[in-house]
Design a protein around this ligand. Structure first.
Ligand code: SF4
Length: 280
């Protein structure tokens, strides 16, 4: 029997390319368990892309969603869903917020509870302690600063850094040759209104589809005081809530840098994304 390897599939181009390479070159060495954790706030095209990868490349992705446990000190577990049953209106995300409060720079536990722990929970359901098998993470050579400090203890591998060193352009070029692609721009990746995204990305997203932020506004209206902190919590830096973000867009829509100065003390890396085990 071949040893197992877990692949953390984020639903992005890089992660999909890594999965393709692993399955193509290492299938004689490993049985792969490809897992995608859905927060319910991914762009619908991301879900279609994952389904297409399964169809064209045979990824056999396991779709999981986080299950939070209220009233007890217990990490999120998982439920298995599929392309058709996957949440599309932020249900896992709202469940997370209803227990832990709104995530933001000061309370960044959303990846852990909505992606990392549900993936580990799924592996446990197979009788596998995640640390006993390698987990492949889709980080490229040109972004290797994001390699996790806990890579050794968590048994993480970075094939696009260490095995097939690959940069962003190579990934994009490869996808141009394929029969389908992820039909969204970079700013629409991961959770559409992710608090990690730069204001420039938020402005592009608002311009394209302001309704993406209805969920975030509703969360701030409903759960603003949830959590252990004194006072209120909102998603964006500054602190900036969704209403203020839209006011900034009206005022500085063509000048994200000025909006940054007006609202955010610190500019975020505009290429930040959501990888499990990412270095903080
Ligand atoms: S994409 Fe952003 S909001 Fe979504 S889980 Fe990751 S860090 Fe949290």
């Amino acid at each position: 029997m071949k040893p197992k390897m877990n692949i953390s599939f984020s639903g992005g181009r890089t992660s999909a390319y890594m999965t393709y390479m692993l399955k193509k070159h290492w299938s004689d060495k490993y049985d792969f368990i490809v897992i995608f954790a859905n927060t319910g706030m991914e762009h619908p095209k991301t879900l279609e892309f994952i389904a297409a990868c399964d169809l064209f490349f045979g990824f056999n992705t396991v779709w999981v969603e986080g299950v939070v446990h209220h009233g007890v000190k217990k990490a999120s577990t998982h439920k298995v869903v599929d392309f058709f049953s996957a949440s599309r209106n932020g249900e896992p995300y709202e469940a997370y917020i209803s227990k832990y409060g709104i995530p933001n720079r000061a309370f960044p536990q959303c990846t852990r509870e909505m992606k990392l722990y549900p993936m580990q929970s799924y592996l446990r359901s197979l009788g596998i302690n995640h640390r006993t098998i390698p987990t492949a993470i889709g980080i490229r050579e040109d972004e290797s600063r994001r390699v996790s400090k806990s890579a050794g203890i968590e048994n993480l591998i970075y094939p696009l850094v260490d095995v097939w060193p690959t940069d962003k352009q190579e990934v994009l070029d490869w996808w141009k040759e394929q029969p389908f692609d992820l039909e969204i721009d970079e700013f629409e990746g991961n959770c559409v209104g992710c608090w990690k995204k730069s204001i420039k990305k938020h402005f592009l997203q608002i311009e394209r589809d302001p309704s993406c932020y209805d969920f975030y506004r509703r969360m701030e209206d409903t759960y603003r005081t949830h959590g252990p902190q004194d006072g209120e919590r909102v998603f964006f830096r500054g602190p900036t809530d969704t209403r203020k973000l839209f006011k900034l867009y009206e005022e500085f829509g063509n000048d994200p840098a000025a909006a940054n100065k007006a609202a955010f003390a610190v500019d975020g890396g505009c290429s930040e994304s959501c990888e499990v085990y990412e270095t903080e």
